[in-house]
Design a protein around this ligand. Structure first.
Ligand code: G6Q
Length: 527
């Protein structure tokens, strides 16, 4: 990918973190802070020279210019001919952002005002169902980008939620999801938010029609639909066709990518859950990180640093995956959210010119909250044959300070990072644990397993916004360096069309012309 970095990699690839940590100023040199986030990247298998070469790589890719193009609204999503302006959705400074000759900020603010009005009404118990009962259950029906963000942030900010409201999410086309989430609920107290940018997605529309029947089974008048459905979409016609009152529709725009849409109308369930003020604080946090990313020199720029570390492992150490390990139960869906954000954005093998790339692009992102992961998959990280860089995410203060839980939680996080980095040599095991050499080999930890520590004071709405934006921009930087389009998702579109063909074949006797395995499966299902 880059000769000078490749040569440098050959020189330092075997250097152990034990060696690197002999430099007593390493942690100071490899720690940066911004907008309430401290990034300690000292436990990475790199030197100052590595970093300076990586920054050079970013400069060669003209990263600063590309950042400017995104924020200005250039149509950088070229295969769909669209601007990429999720940053405008949280542009709390309200500086004009022009798309096709028009400032989009007034519309962004109007939708935020509509969302606020709806949220306040529901939270105050003033939104009533067809029988006059207060709405208590809010069910978001959406999938992918219209689900994972709101799910992650609703869990993430549950501490700030209005507890007498029951926020739920239905995404899977498997009816079990619908049946289980609505089980025992009173339709008279239930409001559905149908979240779909296109309003054509099979899973979402199927669930939405089932929800409509569920409401109509209780009220039997079409006009009740108005009281029990809100739509979040870019497709007004389809919303009207479905029977949702256009005054209950909140708009967003084609320059908002699904997986980047949490700050748009798609964030409505989160706003209902945590209230208008907290939602605006979330946007403030995003905006602070946006400004940091836009203005800060590359060397001090947290998303850039995180991205370059990822490139170092992905493209030089040939690492395939990256683990995200939040030591906070509220962030239990954070890895799942990032999995989509990252893998859908950078899971591409064609460069911007349309040529096949001859280097690795997006990694496999996965993870679970600590300490659960420790009792499950950390074994492989410590002693397996694969190198897995980890992001440890933790907070100084707990939102639930009960006994010494938080101290134990954080002690585990720091201990895991330390053990991964420094391990335990056979000699140390023989000196401290056993005299049996055979056993000592099994108890040896090579160490040199890299990690970042992402440290924050407390999980507030602002800090969650900044943390999400940190990762969003990391993904952007990597896409620029890999020279791929990060904002389209043709692989998702493929899934949307191929299932429809097979669906029609289930109910017809027509001759099947798939491969033999698919034909056999369809016949098995038909029978
Ligand atoms: C996200 C993807 C994808 C999308 C879903 C739902 O970036 O485009 O995950 O969000 O397929 O699409 P709709 O919102 O159009 O239903």
């Amino acid at each position: 990918m880059n000769r000078s970095l490749q040569k440098h990699y050959e020189e330092i690839k075997d250097l152990h973190l034990r060696e690197l940590f002999k430099d007593k100023s390493r942690v100071k040199k490899f720690t940066k802070q911004a907008v309430g986030i401290t990034l300690d990247y000292s436990m990475n298998r790199m030197t100052e020279e590595t970093l300076s070469k990586l920054f050079e790589l970013a400069r060669e890719a003209d990263l600063k210019t590309e950042i400017g193009r995104m924020f200005r609204g250039s149509k950088i999503n070229e295969t769909e001919g669209r601007a990429v302006l999720h940053t405008a959705l949280r542009n709390r400074g309200n500086t004009p952002v022009v798309v096709d000759g028009k400032d989009i900020m007034p519309r962004v603010n109007e939708v935020l005002a509509q969302m606020s009005e709806i949220s306040n009404k529901i939270r105050a118990g003033k939104w009533r169902g067809f029988s006059g009962k207060k709405i208590k259950n809010i069910i978001n029906i959406g999938i992918g980008g219209s689900d994972l963000g709101p799910v992650m942030a609703s869990f993430g900010l549950k501490h700030y939620s209005q507890r007498d409201l029951n926020i739920k999410f239905i995404s899977n086309v498997d009816a079990t999801h619908f049946v289980e989430e609505t089980y025992g609920l009173d339709p008279e107290e239930t409001l559905f938010i149908v979240a779909s940018k296109t309003f054509t997605t099979q899973e979402t529309m199927t669930n939405a029609y089932t929800a409509k029947s569920w409401i109509l089974a209780a009220s039997a008048t079409e006009s009740s639909v108005a009281k029990h459905f809100i739509a979040l979409s870019t497709n007004k016609e389809a919303v009207i066709d479905f029977g949702i009152d256009p005054s209950n529709m909140l708009e967003f725009w084609d320059w908002v990518g699904g997986r980047y849409s949490l700050c748009s109308a798609i964030g409505l369930p989160v706003m209902i859950n945590v209230g208008v003020d907290n939602f605006f604080k979330l946007l403030d946090g995003y905006h602070q990180m946006d400004n940091h990313f836009k203005t800060m020199e590359l060397e001090d720029n947290l998303p850039v640093i995180l991205a370059l570390i990822g490139i170092w492992y992905n493209n030089f150490f040939a690492v395939e995956t990256s683990a995200v390990l939040p030591y906070d139960q509220y962030l239990s869906r954070f890895a799942a959210y990032l999995q989509q954000a990252d893998m859908e954005s950078n899971g591409k093998n064609i460069n911007k010119k349309g040529e096949k790339v001859n280097y690795q692009t997006g990694p496999i992102i996965w993870g679970e909250p600590g300490t659960n992961g420790q009792h499950a998959f950390y074994q492989l990280i410590h002693q397996g044959t694969k190198l897995i860089p980890c992001d440890f995410i933790g907070f100084k203060e707990s939102l639930n300070p009960v006994g010494d839980h938080h101290q134990k939680l954080m002690a585990n996080m720091f201990a895991q990072a330390e053990a991964m980095a420094f391990g335990k040599t056979t000699k140390e095991v023989l000196e401290t644990e056993t005299k049996d050499e055979w056993l000592a080999y099994h108890k040896t930890f090579e160490g040199n397993r890299p990690s970042n520590k992402i440290l924050m004071n407390k999980l507030t709405p602002e800090i969650l916004g900044s943390l999400i934006a940190l990762y969003e921009h990391k993904i952007f930087v990597q896409g620029i360096i890999w020279n791929i389009f990060s904002f389209d998702q043709w692989g998702v579109q493929l899934g949307k069309v191929c299932a429809n063909r097979i669906l029609t074949e289930f109910n017809s006797a027509e001759v099947l012309c798939h491969d033999d395995s698919t034909n056999a499966a369809i016949k098995w299902f038909r029978s």
